[in-house]
Ligand binder design. Structure first.
Ligand SMILES: Nc1ncnc2c1ncn2[C@@H]1O[C@H](COP(=O)(O)OP(=O)(O)O)[C@@H](O)[C@H]1O
Ligand SMILES: [Mg+2]
Length: 192
């Protein structure tokens, strides 16, 4: 069982049960509404992404606060990423962005490299529909940050991602320019 901030994820047989748990610091009615909305929205965007050609787990069931989905057999990208995988992730993120989907928590812990070598995106709990450059830029920036923490060949992995992202998404240059601006903002904040 994996206990995270927002949800409890249990894996049984070939099913994943992701249940959003009560947050006692929120007013009960508001907490219930947030959990219901995020559960519903996650299911909707996971299915939408797959329809657009981005592999995601199949959703089998949805309850007020719980999703039952297909278990993807494989490794987290965090553990196995290389240049080829990073390029493929870039291609798939390009497809998401082209279709107005922002992942919202695009880290190497939310990408699974399947046994079948297919790359799956998971954890759409913070995903939303948006087509502006800033939202896309933040998505890519978050992904680059997640590479920085755990991997040595950061620059190569970043370049591979960019190569893939440009292949599938014509607005990529505009977004990548924004990513550089976001990085500058970060440095400015650090210096203060
Ligand atoms: N469909 C799935 N198949 C296999 N493992 C999964 C699946 N969904 C989640 N997991 C595992 O559970 C972890 C947490 O799930 P995730 O959806 O990312 O929730 P959280 O919002 O808590 O990060 C993932 O990092 C992954 O290890
Ligand atoms: Mg996650």
């Amino acid at each position: 069982m994996i206990q995270c901030a927002e949800a409890i994820v249990e894996i049984k047989d070939n099913f994943v049960y992701k249940r959003r748990v009560e947050k006692r610091y929120r007013v009960k009615e508001i907490d219930e509404r947030i959990r219901r909305e995020r559960t519903k929205s996650e299911a909707k965007i996971i299915s939408e992404a797959r329809r657009k050609g981005v592999p995601t787990p199949i959703i089998f069931d949805i309850d007020d606060y719980e999703l039952v989905m297909e278990r993807i057999d494989g490794d987290l990208a965090k553990e196995v990423i290389n240049e080829a995988i990073s390029e493929r992730i870039g291609e798939l993120v390009g497809i998401l962005h082209k279709n107005g989907i922002i992942h919202g928590d695009l880290t190497t812990s939310n990408v699974i490299v399947g046994r079948d070598n297919i790359i799956y995106f998971i954890d759409f709990g913070l995903a939303f529909i948006e087509s502006n450059t800033e939202a896309r830029g933040v998505d890519v920036h978050v992904f680059f940050q997640s590479l920085g923490g755990t991997h040595e060949s950061y620059e190569q992995l970043k370049e591979s991602f960019i190569k893939g992202y440009k292949k599938t998404f014509t607005n990529a240059p505009q977004v990548l320019k924004r990513v550089r601006e976001i990085e500058q903002r970060g440095r400015y904040v650090e210096r203060k």
